[in-house]
Design a binder for this molecule. Structure first.
Ligand SMILES: [Zn+2]
Length: 349
């Protein structure tokens, strides 16, 4: 387990911080509520837990492999124990917190505080996470779709600070989209917005994991792209050399090989940028955001391989009057994003 406790704070024996929060926040000694927030980001591969103060400053955080075992009852107990452990190592107690936030893969039933059946959490079907976790932690718990929570995090603490209209688009295993419109999170009817990844960009196109054809996710999603690469990457390409063998090729090998000028990797990046620009074009005409924040693959690929070509493609297609102030930016929070996503879920979920 990777554990971090803020370097600003007192570090006790063995790198564990015992008196950190109380030294930094003397009002805690007087029993005055500080309004700490506990943020938890539960993904298919990682569990990130963070503690932030009322201004959103991270006090402590840790990441470990996701404990998803197929038994949600046991998994919830593990997550709660991890969170309680981080709270106690920070010398805090549940009474010092306003709320806990859970950033989780959708879909979510907001009214019941339940996770419905996310593909990335096998065995988790209709799990009343909010009430179970609230009981275990002794705190009010709020749930938020992970893409919405990431959009909130980039808006409040990352690349989108100061904007009133922001689109967050991430391309990890699937596609996540979060919208901040007119200065607030847009959740849509019954809180089910954020599925732009399944809008059709090619009629009768590639088969998507959702069962439809031609979805954006079938072109930009990491899982779909990985499947494609393992079918078509030439054995002589730098992509296969970096991966070791074709069956192990991942999108990050394309990014690395394109950086070295490999022809196949450059073609694949051009295809990725093309579909990403299609997505941003549709969003730009519909929403006229000030900021489009791109996560994961686009952020890893960077300016030359992704952001500059995408900006040029979008500028060719969208009326200048709509995008003259629109900025297309990489994530501003990088690997801290899951912590801020959880913390933002505590505030807004
Ligand atoms: Zn789909």
């Amino acid at each position: 387990m990777e554990i971090f406790l803020s370097a600003h704070l007192c570090m006790g024996m063995r790198g564990v911080c015992y008196h950190s929060a109380r030294r930094r926040y003397p009002r805690l000694f007087q029993g005055v509520p500080i309004g700490f927030k506990l943020g938890i980001d539960l993904g298919g591969s990682k569990l990130a837990i963070a503690i932030a103060d009322a201004d959103g400053r991270l006090i402590a955080h840790q990441t470990r492999p996701s404990p998803i075992s197929g038994d949600p009852e046991a998994d919830v107990l593990t997550i709660a124990a991890d969170a309680a452990d981080l709270i106690s190592r920070s010398d805090l107690a549940a009474r010092d917190f306003d709320a806990a936030g859970f950033s989780v893969p959708g879909p979510i039933d907001h009214e019941r505080g339940a996770i419905l059946a996310p593909p990335n959490l096998p065995g988790w079907e209709d799990v009343p996470l909010r009430d179970k976790m609230s009981e275990l932690l002794g705190l009010p718990v709020r749930l938020e779709n992970d893409a919405n929570a990431a959009a909130l995090a980039e808006w409040r603490f990352g690349a989108g600070r100061g904007a009133h209209n922001l689109v967050y688009l991430t391309m990890s295993t699937g596609i996540g989209t979060g919208l901040i419109l007119d200065g607030r999170l847009y959740r849509g009817h019954r809180g089910r917005a954020s599925e732009f990844g399944h809008s059709c960009v090619e009629w009768d196109g590639e088969l998507c994991g959702c069962g439809q054809r031609g979805c954006l996710e079938a072109y930009l999603g990491g899982a779909a792209w990985t499947r494609r690469l393992r079918e078509i990457a030439p054995a002589t390409s730098r992509v296969c050399a970096l991966a070791g063998e074709r069956e192990l090729v991942l999108p990050e090998h394309v990014v690395a090989a394109a950086g070295e000028g490999d022809a196949f990797a450059c073609e694949e990046m051009a295809r990725f940028n093309h579909y990403l620009a299609r997505a941003i074009t549709a969003l730009a005409f519909a929403l006229v955001p000030e900021v489009v924040v791109l996560g994961t693959i686009a952020t890893a690929a960077g300016e030359v391989l992704c952001l500059e070509p995408v900006r040029a493609l979008v500028a060719d297609q969208v009326w200048p009057t709509l995008i003259e102030e629109m900025r297309i930016l990489p994530s501003g929070l990088g690997d801290k994003l899951p912590y801020y996503a959880g913390v933002c879920a505590a505030s807004e979920g």
